[in-house]
Design a binder for this molecule. Sequence first.
Ligand SMILES: NC(=O)c1ccc[n+]([C@@H]2O[C@H](COP(=O)([O-])OP(=O)(O)OC[C@H]3O[C@@H](n4cnc5c(N)ncnc54)[C@H](O)[C@@H]3O)[C@@H](O)[C@H]2O)c1
Ligand SMILES: O=c1ccn([C@@H]2O[C@H](COP(=O)(O)OP(=O)(O)O[C@H]3O[C@H](CO)[C@@H](O)[C@H](O)[C@H]3O)[C@@H](O)[C@H]2O)c(=O)[nH]1
Length: 328
Amino acid sequence: MSAILVTGGAGYIGSHVCKALARAGHLPVSLDNLSRGHRDLVRFGPLVTADLDDRAALRHTLAEHPIAAVVHLAGYTYLGESVRQPGLYYRNNVGGALALLETLVEDAAQAPPPLVFSSTCAVYGTPERMPLDETPPPAPINPYGRGKWMIEQMMADFRAAHGLAFTALRYFNAAGADPEGETGERHDPETHLIPLAIAAALGRGPGLSVFGDDYPTPDGTAVRDYVHVSDLAAAHVQAVEALLGGAPGGVFNLGSGQGASVRQVIAAVAAATGCPVPATVTGRRPGDPPVLVADSTRARRELGWQPARSDLPTVVADAVSWHRRDWG
Ligand SMILES: NC(=O)c1ccc[n+]([C@@H]2O[C@H](COP(=O)([O-])OP(=O)(O)OC[C@H]3O[C@@H](n4cnc5c(N)ncnc54)[C@H](O)[C@@H]3O)[C@@H](O)[C@H]2O)c1
Ligand SMILES: O=c1ccn([C@@H]2O[C@H](COP(=O)(O)OP(=O)(O)O[C@H]3O[C@H](CO)[C@@H](O)[C@H](O)[C@H]3O)[C@@H](O)[C@H]2O)c(=O)[nH]1
């Protein structure tokens, strides 16, 4: 059994990655400062409660467990917040990643463990061609995306200087929840469309704000690619195992390949809950591109990735089941 360090393992995607790693016979060792994660979602291996910046805790964790690889998910994740508070994002996400990278390569006598990094389609900015493969040069339009692109470039520099092998997984919109109900999405505050639409439908939150209906899309609302979090988790296991097997690593877009507009998501939530979603159109959210849909051919071909639950009705149904349970 190999121990895999999972930063951000108490978070939404991280907890699903831990489950998938454990299922595949690995020991996920979560490192999370619990600033936005949840202790009770760490169910599949030990938790080290520490900040990425705490180099002593990182060193101790690396010494205590024979860490074969690292999955680096820890970070802040809100595009809108990053526009309002860029310093927070550069300090936590870029500064945190730098502390991690420097600690991983500290012991010059040993090859650093390979790293799988949570990147995002937000690195592409407002690309012209859809679906989107990995060829357009990154041109992020918000501090969150710019920070993720900086981290990808930092990892490439660490590869050149220190032999760090890495894979960057550029996720589109993570959504849904573990179909067995062991973990799911619990952001606080919640800003993501699907949980907010479910909360509005079930009377657990305010009516939904639709951020703009004047986009150049068929119904005027923004189009995104909602990919099931369990499918994302499976890709992490494949990426880790490829690196452990000596593969060179790479950059992969992870999405379902299907675009859904905000209005289509609202309709899917209404169908899954049997309740209408009260919604009002407000202005566009700064930093939001009109359309993002993935071409994940490279991940399918090189990692053998096969998304199984990423059709919108399944994504929404799994999210509804989780929230009904989690909200009690
Ligand atoms: N949710 C999405 O749709 C999406 C899409 C693309 C990329 N991502 C990336 O995936 C990763 C996970 O996203 P998520 O939705 O699970 O978010 P999340 O907030 O649920 O999880 C992030 C976790 O990181 C922890 N964390 C944050 N800063 C930390 C620090 N300095 N030290 C230690 N722990 C820290 C938080 O406590 C939290 O548990 C993030 O890097 C995010 O940018 C998410
Ligand atoms: O109350 C809301 C919330 C969202 N939206 C819209 O719904 C879409 C999806 O928004 P959201 O669920 O907030 O996700 P994103 O802002 O697209 O960001 C997610 O997806 C990105 C990749 O696309 C990741 O990088 C981020 O970490 C992750 O939070 C966007 O068009 C939003 O404008 C609304 O209309 N109303």
